[in-house]
Write a protein that binds this ligand. Sequence first.
Ligand SMILES: Cc1cc2nc3c(=O)[nH]c(=O)nc-3n(C[C@H](O)[C@H](O)[C@H](O)COP(=O)(O)OP(=O)(O)OC[C@H]3O[C@@H](n4cnc5c(N)ncnc54)[C@H](O)[C@@H]3O)c2cc1C
Length: 277
Amino acid sequence: MKFIKPANLKELYEITSKTKKNKHYLAGGTDINIQIKKNIIKNSTIILINHIKELNGIAEDGNYIVIGSTTTFQQIIESDLLNKKLPFFQNSLKNFASPLIQSLATIGGNIANSSPTADVVPLLLVLDAKLELCSKDNNRIVNLKNFYLGYKKFILNSDEIIKAILIPINAENGFDTFYQKVGSRKALSIAKVSLAGLKKLKNKKIVEIKLAVGSLNEYPRRLFLLEKYLINKKNTEIDYSEIRDILHKEITPITDLRSDKEYRFEVCFNLIKKFFM
Ligand SMILES: Cc1cc2nc3c(=O)[nH]c(=O)nc-3n(C[C@H](O)[C@H](O)[C@H](O)COP(=O)(O)OP(=O)(O)OC[C@H]3O[C@@H](n4cnc5c(N)ncnc54)[C@H](O)[C@@H]3O)c2cc1C
């Protein structure tokens, strides 16, 4: 195993452009250190990134709140700017892991580790977040909803890093919000199911709706079919048997150590009911 600590962002891009294969970034290390210890990652180049200033911090930039990829969950939870502009996003993350893990774990690491259970991803999906992906020769902005391709697969090129996360500054304005993560206990718990939702009502009708789930597919994702069904409906017009049918098409829960697929399906269904009833 080879560890490299680039002096700055420019040097990081030089290194990533030269080291194409078998390379990983170490930000907070809360996922990757476990993978190294368990020999899941071996004979690799590990590039340290959490000391690089340009990758860290939370700022307002035009129509967006820009969060550097190595910003920790502690910084997110303590940010005055987020408290003012995106309080739903901030409050929803207050139960992330534990205070110790919050002080190390980064938002970029949560996205790039690409676990179906990643807590921040359903929240970012309903807020229509974008990612800034950068390399030595290229910068591009992509919608988070297009980032994942399958289980632990995403569109990041081998020389790219996630530089920042962009959230529209008005993303929460005028919406009723919902976020619930169901785990085995309140703290230090990996999600069995999570649901994030935003809805806007006019004359009792749903005029805007965004729903995203975690732990129910190969990666967290928006429930676009369900959103289509719910749009322009009053709460009283929602047929929950139709919701069940749509959910069967849109989520693919699995049975694992934490719970079985039938339980996950019912919990997801109940969370949706809770948001609308
Ligand atoms: C005890 C414990 C409790 C946990 N609880 C939770 C929880 O409640 N919810 C939850 O979602 N997760 C939880 N996790 C998982 C973990 O803490 C998070 O996924 C965390 O956000 C990972 O961030 P990191 O900075 O530590 O990533 P690292 O371990 O440093 O990196 C993880 C992966 O992301 C890649 N990566 C990191 N940064 C970038 C970047 N900028 N660009 C491209 N790739 C990058 C690395 O190459 C690596 O593959 C927990 C972990 C532990 C050990």
